[in-house]
Design a protein. Structure first.
Length: 82
């Protein structure tokens, strides 16, 4: 039995259009495993995408969720690894 995950409520603006896809993926999160998969997918897009708008929008959704799960900000992880 998988335990449910209480994800924070995030209001995604209608513009830019990338938020429709992010919101769809975010709505599918039901367990901690789903949340980790969402974060992983988002971080892959952030690190490998050349689109600045998509990168910025994914950061808005992924970074807070990462911080909630790990109790550390993703920005601090970046500073430590550099």
């Amino acid at each position: 039995m998988k335990t449910t995950f209480d994800k924070p409520t995030i209001i995604f603006p209608a513009s830019p259009i990338i938020n429709i896809w992010i919101e769809f993926d975010y709505a599918l999160i039901e367990t901690l495993d789903d949340a980790i998969k969402f974060i992983h997918k988002g971080l892959e897009i952030i690190e490998n995408n050349g689109n600045e708008v998509a990168t910025a929008e994914y950061k808005k959704a992924v970074y807070p969720l990462y911080s909630m799960i790990t109790n550390k900000s993703y920005e601090s992880k970046i500073l430590i690894n550099n």
